[in-house]
Design a protein around this ligand. Structure first.
Ligand SMILES: Cc1ncc(C[n+]2csc(CCOP(=O)(O)OP(=O)(O)O)c2C)c(N)n1
Length: 317
């Protein structure tokens, strides 16, 4: 969680310095909810994170180095400089690269789970996420409907962070609670305070266990606040300041740190030391990645939407 937060702070500063092309989208305030899914998934599971899931990605095994290389566009990164920011993954390891924030990944994970079922694999879970705005899209409805009909082991986290870009929840949905959407389609619904790490670990852990044991798809609604703009290009000036006073308006990292010190599990000094060590690692790795080569289009043997085989077979026609 802390590593994701400090890494994203560095990404934001690199973006403001003009050293990252494209967008930078932060998960600030959503780390506790996000990390809970990444931590409960295992090797062999499927995971399709979205733009606010840096913490979940790192818990699932993504690294500071690969993240920096993707954002900075290094030729040595997993996307070889072809695609930036959150569109990264290693599908062969069940870590799916994001297509869209607005529901596309649900049916991709459901399809992956169906494929695993046809291959006779059992005990697998597929996890993905969506924002409350994304629950208004057709892709969301189609995806959860087929998940429920097929009873696949999907765990879908809905981060209700109060805004979809600048659209507040009052203009987003008219149901009483987002859990009603789970009931409507036949998924088991859970709710959690998305700012409380302990509760998130417990509730998301229960949902993952239920899916793994064959109890069908699970939907978990986390209530929290997006503590950043939609992306770093957005100053979030439209956010009603009252949200910051609400029960869901706190910073999950500060709250987790307070719990750790109140229970004497860690001292302030140890927490400071964690921050210092992580910041140093992030600084050293970003300095290294900034010196790495970026792709030269005239030298590369791939094209943006193709691979060598497709390119050659196309040019032979
Ligand atoms: C089809 C489509 N329309 C618009 C967008 C731009 N867009 C990306 S995320 C987003 C808002 C998403 O809000 P929400 O689902 O609540 O997630 P949050 O950003 O709050 O995490 C929008 C409008 C897009 N990517 N694709």
């Amino acid at each position: 969680m802390l590593m994701a937060r400090l890494l994203e702070e560095k990404l934001a500063s690199l973006y403001r310095a003009g050293l990252i092309k494209g967008g930078v989208f932060l998960g600030r305030g959503q780390e506790a909810f996000s990390v809970s899914l990444g931590l409960h998934l295992r090797k062999g599971d499927l995971y399709a994170p979205l733009i606010r899931d840096q913490a979940g990605r790192m818990a699932f095994g993504d690294t500071v180095l690969d993240t920096l290389r993707t954002y900075i566009g290094s030729q040595l990164g997993p996307m070889r400089g072809r695609d930036g920011n959150i569109h990264r993954g290693t599908p062969g390891c069940g870590y799916y690269a994001m297509i869209s924030h607005l529901g596309a990944m649900i049916s991709v994970v459901v399809g992956g789970l169906m494929a695993k079922r046809l291959q006779g694999e059992v005990g697998i879970v597929g996890g993905t996420c969506i924002g409350e705005g994304g629950t208004s899209t057709g892709a969301f409805h189609e995806g959860i409907n087929v998940a429920a009909v097929e009873k696949v082991p999907l765990v879908l986290l809905v981060a209700n962070n109060q805004y979809a870009y600048s659209t507040p929840v009052s203009r987003q949905f008219a149901c009483r609670n987002l859990l009603d959407k789970a009931v409507g389609y036949g998924l088991k619904g859970h709710k959690v305070d998305g700012t409380n790490l302990e509760d998130c670990l417990h509730v998301v852990g229960e949902a993952v266990r239920a899916a793994r044991e064959g109890r069908g798809p699970q939907l978990v609604v986390g209530t929290l606040l997006r503590l950043a703009g939609h992306g770093e290009h957005d100053d979030a000036s439209y956010v009603d300041p009252l949200h910051y006073q609400a029960s869901y308006g706190g910073d999950c990292i500060r709250l987790a740190e307070r719990t750790l010190t109140e229970r004497s599990w860690l001292s302030q000094e140890e927490l400071m030391e964690w921050r210092r060590e992580i910041s140093l690692e992030v600084e050293l790795l970003s300095a290294k990645v900034l010196r790495e080569p970026v792709p030269d289009p005239s030298e590369e043997d791939w094209s943006a939407i193709s691979n060598v085989e497709l390119r050659d077979s196309y040019s032979e026609r």
